[in-house]
Design a protein around this ligand. Structure first.
Ligand SMILES: NC(=O)c1ccc[n+]([C@@H]2O[C@H](COP(=O)([O-])OP(=O)(O)OC[C@H]3O[C@@H](n4cnc5c(N)ncnc54)[C@H](O)[C@@H]3O)[C@@H](O)[C@H]2O)c1
Length: 265
């Protein structure tokens, strides 16, 4: 059911790799709510994933960009402004990757070249994106930028390794850039801290199945699905949340406030 929450709004969605991706569901939900969208992902992800299928389904152009490359982000934002015929209203950063996790390198023995990549892809890319959006004055007043994070930024979740450090940096960038973007342009910047979710990135984390079950038991409302996350993101892009900024917003069925439950005791 559509509430037309994003009627007349336009935005860019990063990170729809396949139909399990949180970004895929967010793009579908944004389109359902009346938004026009530009999709983006890396050229490699576009070759191996199904981003273009989603583009065809939603009538959304797909522009390749590596989120760590400022020149790519500039081309993406220019391309989106050309497509939309001017400024736009929202951006979803749904991007993350850790070579240390991919290659099974344990946290106590991190490979620092890989760590730099983790931080660049999963956190610094958000600063680069905000910097390009700000410099080009690409977002309308009361625009909204959302990035996705995980509770391992705030508490220890063993196995999440250097992604936890990257998410802590992502949340800090959200606050610091959010202050500037809010004060000077009335643009919101927030992170959504999502439940463990069975996506390509999620399933790459060691012990994810057990974490998923544990979080499911501990969360009074159960784990939030990718579709639930998409609906929440839509509200953050809408005009109904115009004074929410610089926040890390838990979208986790109550997990972040629970330390135990009958099933676990
Ligand atoms: N799955 C979970 O349990 C979970 C929980 C909380 C937060 N998150 C976060 O949600 C976001 C989306 O992940 P997902 O779970 O939908 O997995 P996903 O694997 O579907 O999405 C990750 C996306 O990042 C893209 N990406 C990687 N490197 C990139 C780069 N250099 N430039 C541009 N894009 C790049 C990938 O191509 C992919 O589309 C990530 O930030 C992730 O950390 C996931």
């Amino acid at each position: 059911m559509s509430y037309n929450l994003l009627k007349g709004k336009k935005g860019i969605i990063f990170g729809a790799l396949n139909d399990k991706s949180i970004a895929w569901k967010a793009a579908e939900a944004a389109a359902r709510e009346g938004a026009e969208i530009v999709l983006t992902n890396t050229a490699i992800a576009m070759r191996f994933g199904t981003t273009s299928e989603l583009g065809a389904k939603l009538g959304a152009p797909v522009i390749a960009a590596d989120a760590t490359v400022v020149a790519d982000l500039e081309k993406l934002v220019d391309g989106a402004m050309e497509h939309f015929g001017g400024k736009f209203d929202f951006v979803l950063h749904s991007v993350g990757m850790s070579p240390n996790i991919r290659k099974g390198v344990p946290y106590e023995n991190l490979n620092y070249e890989y760590l730099n990549k983790t931080l660049d892809i999963s956190a610094i890319s958000f600063h680069k994106l905000l910097k390009v959006l700000y410099a080009k004055d690409a977002l309308n007043e009361w625009g909204s930028v959302v990035a996705l994070t995980y509770i391992a930024a705030d508490r220890v979740v063993e196995g999440y390794s250097d992604m936890a450090d990257a998410k802590a940096l992502l949340q800090a960038i959200t606050r610091n850039f959010g202050a500037i973007y809010g004060r000077h342009r009335n643009v919101r910047v927030n992170t959504v801290s999502q439940s463990p979710t069975m996506t390509s990135a999620g399933q790459g984390i060691s012990g994810m199945d057990r974490m998923f079950d544990y979080a499911q038991k501990l969360s009074p409302l159960g784990n939030a699905l990718a579709e639930d996350c998409a609906d929440y993101i839509v509200t953050l892009f809408s005009d109904l949340t115009r004074k929410v900024t610089m926040q890390n917003l838990y979208h986790d069925g109550g997990f972040s406030s629970s330390i135990t439950c009958k099933d676990i005791l």
